[in-house]
Design a protein around this ligand. Structure first.
Ligand code: ARG
Length: 281
């Protein structure tokens, strides 16, 4: 009898262990940094990708099609979404340090970044632009005309647009700015002559600041936007690709883009160091 009890007890313990093991894997089947949570790094200075939209009471919320996509993926994976806003350059560091599961920030699949992260499939066809103001437009005729020593040209720190500035305007004085919204501010203030930014970002800010104008498209090889996935987390990469393709193929993503464009044309805000979230003029 004793033997049977001992056996039964042992069996209960084994079953309990197996159950425990199962719950643990089920809890974190995508190996996210925090079980049950999808930690997403972004740089919300980038309408219509990610930005702060103001509602009618002046309350700022993170908006943009990247943010809608982040929520969609989190829901598909059954995870709670946690978005961590930071400057773009910080995202690259964060991914290299493996402190975020995903980078969703209008990221270009620059092969140099593959050391720090894996890339999802492409979810958006972004292209590059050279932006200036209507006031400065007479200084330029084409992309080649941006390459002059008397010009001051900017791009966002850590972005592929910095490479474009060095490639197409090497003679110009180069200014590296931490936020894309800093670039818009400097352009309007007249402290810089032009800047390299993503095409749709240029268009979105032009909707709010009619002083801005796009000179031309800028050729760039690693086209389109991808999601950066924590290096080596193949379970997460596969799940992200499945969710992302479902989102795009079902037409849901097109709706996110339309919504983001509409919000970006309305009141937006910007994070200012030391001041917090401040409405844009
Ligand atoms: N596509 C460019 C890159 O990957 C710029 C991205 C900037 N993103 C942002 N949210 N500010 O380098």
């Amino acid at each position: 009898m004793k033997k049977i009890i001992a056996l039964a007890l042992a069996l209960v313990m084994v079953l309990a262990l197996v159950a425990c093991g199962n719950t643990n894997t089920a809890d974190n089947k995508y190996n996210t940094i925090t079980p049950g949570v999808l930690t997403v790094a972004t740089s919300p200075d980038y309408a219509p990708y990610e930005f702060y939209a103001l509602d009618k009471d002046g309350k700022a919320t993170l908006a943009g099609f990247d943010m809608a996509l982040a929520q969609y993926i989190a829901d598909e994976l059954g995870l709670k979404l946690e978005v961590v806003p930071m400057d773009f350059n910080g995202i690259l560091g964060e991914m290299a340090a493996k402190t975020a599961d995903l980078a969703i920030a209008g990221l270009s699949p620059d092969p140099e970044r593959l050391e720090a992260m894996d890339f999802s499939d492409t979810y958006y066809e972004g292209k590059q632009a050279f932006v200036t103001t209507k006031e400065n437009a007479a200084k330029f005729t084409d992309l080649a005309s941006t390459n002059k020593a008397e010009l001051t040209i900017a791009a966002q720190t850590g972005t592929i647009q910095e490479d474009l500035a060095k490639e197409f305007s090497p003679l110009a004085k180069y200014v590296s700015l931490p936020k894309a919204t800093d670039i818009i501010g400097e352009l309007i203030a007249g402290t810089i002559d032009g800047a390299y930014v993503e095409w749709d970002v240029a268009a979105a800010y032009q909707a709010n600041y009619p002083q801005l104008t796009t000179l031309c498209e800028v050729p760039y090889e690693a086209e389109g936007n991808v999601i950066g996935v924590l290096k080596g987390n193949t379970a997460l990469l596969e799940a992200v690709n499945t969710a992302l393709n479902k989102c795009v193929d079902s037409g849901e993503f097109s709706k996110f883009v339309a919504e983001a464009l509409e919000l970006a044309a309305g009141d937006t805000a910007n994070y200012v160091e030391g001041e917090g979230i401040v409405p844009n003029a």
